[in-house]
Design a protein around this ligand. Sequence first.
Ligand code: ZN
Length: 188
Amino acid sequence: MYVELDTTDLKVMGAIKKGLTTFGGIKSGVNLKKDELVKILDILDNSEMIKSTASTGLLGQKKLIIDLTDKGEERIQEYLEILRVKWREMLDLAIAGERAQLDEIIKENPFMVNMMVFFGVTDLPTLSRLNLRFLLEGKHLCYKCKKELKGFMQKFAVSDVRKFNFKLPRGMTTRDDLCADCFNNLTR
Ligand SMILES: [Zn+2]
């Protein structure tokens, strides 16, 4: 049986693969509510993507250690290969200036580039350099520390950096913003 996994399921598996093996670790790693994560772990467990073992902590407390099964590991590798192929395809489109086709790909799969960043298939500096940050869904992140810039937070653009004669962070473009902390730490 081949179980369909959605973006969040795969992200949880990715977090486990990155070495987050406790409930709390995964929860903060992928930023999920408790009941959401319980549901996903249940699906992954039932489809034999993960296994859990009980271990005892230093103080005798019981801990649940979550791990990928071989089947789960295979599934993640498969998914990574799809992301890598897709990323190369998108790079070619970007270099050829095929903006409309890129937009089309993202419309079909809004979180794909976010997943590429999450799994290290590409990274934010590369996306910035290629002016492809618009492909990221949803979050607007500080260019330097990658903290999410929420609506009420102060943001600083290239024009602010120039106004104060600060040294522009390498690769920062007019599409990018800095948080107040990073801006205040810039030097002349
Ligand atoms: Zn920052």
